[in-house]
Design a protein around this ligand. Sequence first.
Ligand code: GDP
Length: 295
Amino acid sequence: MFENLSERLERSFKILKGQGSITELNVAETLKDVRRALLDADVNYNVAKRFTDDVKKKAIGRNVLTAVKPNELMVKIVRDELAELMGGTAAEFKIDGNPAVILMSGLQGSGKTTFSAKLANLLKSKNGKKPMMVACDVYRPAAIEQLKVLANQLGVPVYSEEGSKDPVSIAKHAINEAKNQGCDVVIVDTAGRLAIDEEMMTEIAAIKKAINPTETLFVVDSMTGQDAVNTAKEFNERLDFDGVVLTKLDGDTRGGAALSIRKVVDKPIKFVGTGEKVDALDLFHPDRMADRILG
Ligand code: GDP
C-alpha cells in the first residue's frame, strides 16, 4: 500500500536537495509535485490543495529558524502534516457499558461481517471481553450463515432470528439476550446494499435510534478510493457515526480514501483491515501511517 505515493513524495523532496534554503521558488516546485502525487493517489482535490498550502506556510515559516537541510525539513513537515491530515493521534474506541453495543454500517461487500468477526476476536483475546455477534441482515440468509461460521470458529455466541424480517426488534432482543448470557459487548452486523438506497438508510437509522449504540462504525472498502469518501459523507449525514473502519488496505495501492476521509467527513478512522483472516486487523495510528508513507 502507498508504494507509489511514497516513491513520488521521495522524488519531490529531491528537488530541494543541495539547495541552501527553502525559498518561495524552490518550494513551489516541490509542492506542485507533492500535490500531483497526492492527486494521483486519488486524494480528494480540496484536501490535496489545503494540504500543500499548509505545508508551504510551515516550510517558509520554519526555514530561517533551523539548521536542518531544506529537503530534510520538508520531509519532516510533510510527515507531520500527513499525520495531522489523518487525525493526529489514534482515536478512542469505547467498549464500556453493560453491554457495550457496537453497530456496523456500510455497503454490501465493504467487509462488515468480516470486521465484526475481527473485532469480536480482538475484544475476546486482547481485552478479555465476552462479545456476542448479532445477525441483522434479514435479506440474505447467506450473510447470517457467514456470521455463524465465523462466530463458531471464534467460540463467540451469535444471536439471530430465523424468519424475522424486522432488524430493529432483532437488535433489541439481542441486547436482552446478551445480558442474560453475561455478554458485555454486542456487535450488531447489519444488511448493506450494493449502492446507497433510501430503504437501507432508513433501516440502519431506525436500528441506531432503537439501540443507542456505544459506537456506530462505518465500514468501507478503501480500494474504492473517492467513492469511499462520498459514501462516507452520505452515511455520516444520516447516521452521524462515531468512526470509520477502512477495510482491504492490503489491496489498496493508492491510499486516497485513507488520506481523505478524515478531513472530508471529520470523523476518525478507528480500525484498518489488512487481510481476509480474522486477525488481520489494526488500530489506526495516523502517525505510524504517516511514517509508513514516507518510508
Ligand atoms: P459485508 O457484505 O460488508 O458483510 O462484507 P464481507 O465481510 O462479506 O466482505 C466482503 C469480502 O471482502 C469478503 O470476501 C472478505 O473476505 C473480504 N474482506 C473483508 N475485509 C478484508 C480485508 O481487510 N482485506 C481483504 N483482502 N479482504 C477483505
